[in-house]
Design a binder for this molecule. Structure first.
Ligand code: AMP
Length: 222
């Protein structure tokens, strides 16, 4: 089962992918986290991708695809995956289809989280993440119990470099110009469901479960 969480930055893909993967017993592939981990490790990939992430631009397709290839080869992906942040260009989507086809598989569902521009900006500008476990908070909508400290692991809360007011417009433009065409690509394959993403995480998760094709839900409960 291959499910893609789709939507602009700040649409809630991370939260929803986490809940859905737990529910379906599948691993998540989160390209943004894989890049951030490489930057924290300070390895060669991290050095290559850091400037792109800081500016809010997309990492080139060849680097992104190589990273996803390596991750998909791990044994935990055999039963399927929930993808968050990939594919983000039509070239990535075409490559991914080609890889899946080799294993007689295909993308089962693209969940398109629909969130308006004003809400996206508000969410990103107030977002804080835990520097240790990556859990997300918001300065007004989802405050931690103790300011600046993660409720889950006690890690320090920070603002992502690409949640700065300079980088947010660049990321939104990259989404409109490079990533939205991916939706048209998958619409042609009739596997897209639109889900209103402007509600609490629990409500949005229920909307996603209600809109997944029946065959997927039956497979996940058997
Ligand atoms: P995210 O956490 O999903 O917002 O991703 C953070 C950043 O990682 C993006 O702004 C891009 O710089 C990079 N990134 C994540 N996924 C991809 C992708 N599929 N293709 C290119 N760049 C990506």
């Amino acid at each position: 089962m291959v499910i893609i969480l789709f939507g602009p930055p700040g649409a809630g893909k991370g939260t929803q992918a986490h809940l859905l993967a737990q529910r379906l017993g599948l691993p998540r592939i989160v390209t943004g986290d894989l890049f951030r981990e490489a930057i924290t490790r300070g390895d060669a990939l991290g050095a290559q991708v850091k400037p792109y992430l800081e500016r809010g631009e997309l990492v080139p397709d060849d680097l992104t695809i190589a990273l996803v290839v390596a991750r998909l080869q791990r044994a935990d992906c055999v039963a399927g995956v929930v993808l968050d942040g990939f594919p983000r260009t039509v070239a990535q989507a075409q490559w991914f289809d080609h890889e899946l086809k080799k294993h007689r598989r295909a993308v089962d569902c693209v969940v398109n989280l629909v969130v308006g521009d004003d809400e996206v900006f508000h969410r990103l500008a107030g977002r804080m993440i835990c520097s240790a476990c990556q859990r997300t908070y918001h300065v007004t909508a989802m405050r931690p119990e103790k300011i600046g400290v993660c409720d889950q692991c006690g890690g320090k809360l920070i603002q992502r470099a690409d949640d700065s007011s300079a980088a947010i417009p660049v990321r939104l433009r990259a989404y409109r110009e490079q990533t939205e065409p991916v939706l048209t690509y998958y619409r042609g394959k009739q596997c897209v469901v639109n889900v209103d993403g402007e509600a609490s995480p629990e409500v949005v998760q229920q909307r996603i479960l209600d809109s997944l094709p029946f065959a997927l839900m039956a497979a996940s409960s058997s």
